[in-house]
Every structure is written in C-alpha cells, then in structure tokens.
Design a protein around this ligand. Structure first.
Ligand code: HQG
Length: 177
C-alpha cells in the first residue's frame, strides 16, 4: 500500500466525493469504518483495518479521526460536502496566519479571505505551516490575521481536531500583507 496515495484518496472520499465509491457521510461527516472498507474493496482499492489504523495514526496533519468507539471515521476539516463538524467556537491566539499564492493578492485585497469550495477559511497558528499551504497554489506569501480584533468584533473561530483554525471570512481590515 502506498500510504500517501491512499491517504490522498481517503481525503477525497471523506471530504469531497464520498459518492465516488458509493458512500454517503452522515450529518457530522462520519462513515462506518466497515462500510468504508467494503466500498474501497469493491472499487479496487482494498485496505485492511490495520492499514487504515496506520494511516489515521501517522498522517502528517492528523487529517482523519475515529469516533470514540472506533466504529466510524471522518476527516477533521477541509470538506466541501455539506456536513456540520460540530466544533465549539474558541478564542483564537492573537495572530493567525494564512498562506496563499501571490497571484491571488489583488483579489484578496478586494474581498478579504473567502472560503471558496470549503466550509471555512483555513488559518494556522504558525507561519511555517501557512507557508507550506501557500506553496500548494504557486509563489507563496503568508498573510497575518489580527485574530483578536476579529474575535472582539464578534467573528467566530473554530479549532479543528487537528489544530487548524477555521472562520467564515476574513475582511481585509484584519489582514496584514
Ligand atoms: C485563496 C490543506 C482569491 C486562498 C491546507 C487559497 C489547509 C482567495 C485558495 C487546507 C481569496 C483556496 C486549506 C480571494 C482566499 N480571492 N483567492 N478573495 N481568498 N483565496 O485549498 O487555505 O493538506 O480551498 O488563499 O493545509 O489553501 O488538504 O484552501 O489559496 O489547511 O489537509 O483561495 O487544505 O490541508 O484554496 O487550504 P483551498 P487553503 P490538507
């Protein structure tokens, strides 16, 4: 099993296209592990429970989580399908970071940070992570978000189970370029 390829495919299934292997996520994004393993086998991508455990445990961004009873699995963040992860709102650190590509800057200066296909704008507590996220899109640049000011103004922040900060929209006023 190629761990990285399999983990990418799981991200696709658990965040964006569960129907690709005939699955449906529940309202909180969970799917039964048994169903997932059967669907993967039927679609030519067999995976054992032990291999899945290995991926969940070692994934570099802790992208996936099992339910407490170990019977269900979901992605911790990053979805485009309509689900409600149910994270409680949380008080963010003073500053958060967003990595993007320089070609998006004009549009970001006009609209602030918008969430695109995903449910939220994704922010990191550290600049290095933001830099890596930005590199996925082109020449990276890290923007600083005045999270305390946003929070004081009433904007909600959520912290995903894998440490990603989520919010609806970051208005330009709170961005430092
Ligand atoms: C940009 C990865 C034009 C935004 C990462 C980003 C993250 C705008 C792109 C997670 C804009 C959306 C999410 C505006 C924002 N005009 N472009 N007004 N506002 N953008 O992939 O944040 O590895 O949906 O800067 O680690 O890059 O998948 O979001 O460049 O946590 O687990 O629009 O995905 O996690 O791209 O990445 P994305 P993202 P995983």
């Amino acid at each position: 099993m190629d761990v990285i390829k399999t983990s990418r495919f799981l991200s696709l299934i658990l965040r964006h296209e569960p129907q690709k292997i005939g699955l449906q996520l529940d309202a909180q994004g969970w799917v039964a592990v048994d169903e997932l393993l059967v669907a993967l086998r039927l679609h030519g991508k067999p995976l054992t429970r032990a291999q899945l455990d290995h991926i969940v445990a070692t994934n570099n961004k802790k992208r996936f989580a099992f339910s407490d009873d170990g019977l269900r699995i979901r992605a911790n963040q990053g979805h485009s399908v309509e689900i409600e992860l149910g994270y409680e709102s949380a008080v963010p650190p003073a500053l958060l970071y967003h990595g993007t590509a320089t070609r998006f800057l004009d549009s970001i200066r006009a609209q602030g940070l918008v969430k695109g296909a995903r449910h939220h704008v994704h922010l990191s507590a550290d600049e290095a992570t933001a830099h890596n996220v930005g590199s996925r899109h082109g020449k990276p640049i890290v923007l600083t978000v005045d999270a305390t000011a946003m929070h004081t103004a009433g904007c909600a922040f959520y912290l995903s189970a894998n440490g990603v900060w989520l919010t609806e929209h970051v208005p330009v006023a709170y961005l430092r370029f």
